[in-house]
Structure formats: structure tokens, C-alpha cells
Design a protein around this ligand. Sequence first.
Ligand code: TYD
Length: 138
Amino acid sequence: MNTIDACRLIQLEKHASGRRGSLTVVQGSEDIPFDIRRVYYIYDVPGGESRGSHAHKTLDQLLVAVAGSFHVRIDDGEGHRMLFLCQPNQALYLPAHIWHQLENFSSGAVALALTSAPYSEEDYIRDYDEFLKFRNNG
Ligand code: TYD
């Protein structure tokens, strides 16, 4: 069972090209510890709203603030931490078993998620008490 200590910030390389701007690459199994099977992104989040509020049974993810910023609250049932994502070349590795909530979205923020598997509602735990039971049952 992963704990919040398994969640870590990954610094991605930034290829700066002077006046032409910057480019960042994420290569599955090289820059991050899984193969990328799906990409989704969250945007147009009104101020004060939050996203997420769930955990996954098996899914690993990488979260990046490709525009703007937001906070990610991570919780393993025993402890929690708040992380701030605000750079397109910084990613949060968020493995399975961690309750997470994205909040405090800045105006124009875009949260990019790269995931280890296709979408499956069965992989979600959306109730916090169920999450605690899942953690306690191993
Ligand atoms: P939801 O899981 O509620 O978003 P949040 O990250 O805030 O918890 O997803 C919103 C809707 O999008 C929901 O109807 C499920 C759907 N969805 C997909 O169809 N495929 C996906 O890959 C994802 C992440 C969500």
C-alpha cells in the first residue's frame, strides 16, 4: 500500500529556446515510473471549486500544472500533505492508494494528468470512509 511518502515531485527537463519559448517532454518509463496509457486535463475550474476527492485502487498518475497553478492535497489515511504545482516542468507523481484533492485553482489553470491505465470507474474509491476501509484491509 503506497503512503504519501511515495508521492514525489519530479523535475522535468525544460528545453528553453530563447525567444521561441520552452518545451518539456514526458517520456513514459523514462522520465516517470510507468507507461502512459491515457491523458486527460482539467480546466475552466471556477475559483473556490475543487476536483478529485477520490483515490485509485491501481492507477498511477502524473499531474502537471501546464498553465496557472493549483494545490494538491494528498492523504494516505494516516497523514496528509499539501503540494503546490505552478510550473509546466514540474510534475507530481501520484501512485495508487492515495486520496487526493485538487484545489485553489488559479485563473486559467490547466491540470494535465498522465495515467498508467485507461479510464475505469471500478478503479475509483470516491467515498472517504470506504477509502479508510480499503487501506485497513490492505
Ligand atoms: P471526475 O472523476 O468526476 O473528475 P474529478 O477528477 O474531478 O474527480 O470525472 C468527471 C467526468 O469525466 C465523469 O463523468 C467521468 C468522466 N471521465 C471520463 O469519461 N474519462 C476519464 O478518463 C476521466 C478522468 C473522467
